[in-house]
Design a protein. Structure first.
Length: 321
């Protein structure tokens, strides 16, 4: 598995990394579907162990994935894997608790302590502010920055990250937070990372960048024939593309074109294309795939090979034309 230097952290992490959102299993929060259905703890643990054996040394989770369940699954692996072998990331800020705002400093402290307990570790390598909602007038920004900086001073995290579904919102706050790593939504279909100026900012300032949803929860792979009916508690119920049959049909067509373009990459052509196209021009970037079981970990372990500029542009043209 190819390793990249995660920007100014100077840490070597696998270019294909493991996102453990699905390991929190099916759940809701505040009436919203935020989990993943049909996930077992054994599949989650198998995915972690197999990913590690194939060189994927960067694992990403969050305090709210299954209300800490994803973190606990990761924490259960240290009898079989050395904690020091894993570049471990989690997040804080998506759980308000009893507070009116997302980033109450005292609650952040409580959640951080719980995360460390769940993960069975004294520190994480990277702690993200999970989103950029700092209040109606950004009145909670200073408190959030002070608290996450305190975590770093206390040795509870080595590096600080900033995440959001919107690259524009990350750009709004990036100079204030001064993160070591950013985690934006980015794939061949969602390109705000490029249009917002965040891509250029990352390069100029030597930041690490971890792309989430690089295959858009699986729909970009063209594996769906009809509109799927996900159960309550599954986040994919909220993704508009899963309700758009024309989009689903286009993904099927694109898959066939990609398989014809890369016939030498047996069984993994579509994943090679989707991942390679977003990584080819992002040297400090890695893709967070949601390996849900051992088979998906094996498939992910075959990815990460460099793609030429010409091939990347061809792939992107299929989705942006």
């Amino acid at each position: 598995m190819k390793k990249i230097i995660l920007g100014r952290t100077n840490q070597k992490v696998s270019i294909i990394s493991l996102g453990a959102w699905s390991h929190g299993k099916q759940n809701t929060s505040g009436g919203s579907n935020i989990g993943w259905s049909n996930q077992t703890d054994q599949d989650s643990k198998n995915a972690l162990l197999k990913s590690y054996s194939l060189g994927m040394n960067h694992w990403d989770t969050a305090d709210v994935y299954g209300e800490g369940h994803s973190e606990k699954i990761i924490g259960s692996t240290w009898n079989e894997i050395s904690r020091k072998e894993i570049f471990l990331a989690t997040k804080v800020g998506w759980d308000k608790g009893a507070h009116k705002n997302w980033y109450d400093p005292n609650y952040m402290k409580l959640k951080m302590e719980q995360s460390l307990k769940n993960l069975k570790t004294e520190y994480v390598d990277l702690l993200y502010l999970h989103h950029c909602n700092f209040g109606k007038n950004d009145e909670y920004l200073d408190g959030a920055i002070e608290q996450i900086s305190r975590f770093k001073d206390e040795g509870k995290t080595r590096f600080i990250g900033l995440s959001d579904w919107s690259a524009k919102r990350i750009m709004k706050f990036i100079n204030y937070v001064d993160p070591d790593v950013v985690q934006p939504l980015y794939n061949v279909n969602d390109i705000e990372y490029e249009l917002s100026g965040l891509k250029n900012y990352v390069k100029i300032n030597d930041l690490g960048v971890c792309f989430f949803s690089p295959i858009k929860h699986g729909i970009l792979t063209g594996k769906y024939d009809t509109i799927p009916d996900f159960p309550k508690g599954d986040f994919r119920k909220t993704v508009k593309e899963f309700k758009n049959i024309d989009f689903i049909k286009k993904m099927k067509i694109n898959r066939k074109k990609i398989e014809a373009k890369f016939p030498h990459i047996k069984n993994e052509a579509i994943m090679h294309a989707l991942i390679g196209a977003i990584l080819y021009d992002n040297p400090t970037g890695c893709a967070l795939l949601g390996q849900r079981n051992e088979d998906q970990a094996v498939s992910a372990g075959k990815l990460g090979k460099e793609m030429s500029r010409e091939d990347a542009i061809w792939v992107l043209s299929l989705y942006r034309g």
